[in-house]
Design a protein around this ligand. Structure first.
Ligand code: ZN
Length: 129
């Protein structure tokens, strides 16, 4: 590293990334693995892949990570992912479900795709065929 570099992410190579965050899951990973906040975010999500709420889908945009929120009855004032839009999710292990509470974590940067395994795909509603 040159004299101007105070830190360099061991995952993506970003230099002089911000470090002044309140302590949270990501900052602990940042300190332990010498990575930037964004890489720590994806590492923290990758560590939750065994959770049944984890959804990883390959799309035209890349590898996308979602999280299944609680499938509670619709109420007029509850927060739901994607505004309560219905999704059909077909897991590679045969499990399939519909949800009106899917939350997006975003598209995984290409240099972090190695952390994830695609485990599902979106299905269609019967009336969409
Ligand atoms: Zn990074």
């Amino acid at each position: 590293m040159d004299e101007q570099t105070t830190n360099k992410c061991s995952k993506c190579g970003k230099v002089n990334y911000p470090t002044g965050f309140f302590e949270c899951e990501e900052t602990i990973i940042m300190n332990n693995e010498n990575v930037c906040f964004q890489c720590a975010f994806w590492i923290s999500r990758a560590k939750k892949q065994d959770d049944k709420r984890n959804v990883v889908i390959k799309s035209d945009e890349g590898m996308e990570v979602y999280w299944l929120g609680a499938n509670l009855p619709l109420t007029p004032c509850g927060f739901r992912g994607f505004g309560g839009r219905k999704f059909v999710i077909k897991f590679k292990n045969g499990r399939a479900l519909t949800t009106t509470n899917l939350w997006s974590h975003g598209t995984v940067p290409s240099y972090s795709e190695d952390l994830f395994t695609v485990n599902a795909e979106f299905g269609k509603w019967e009336d969409e065929k």
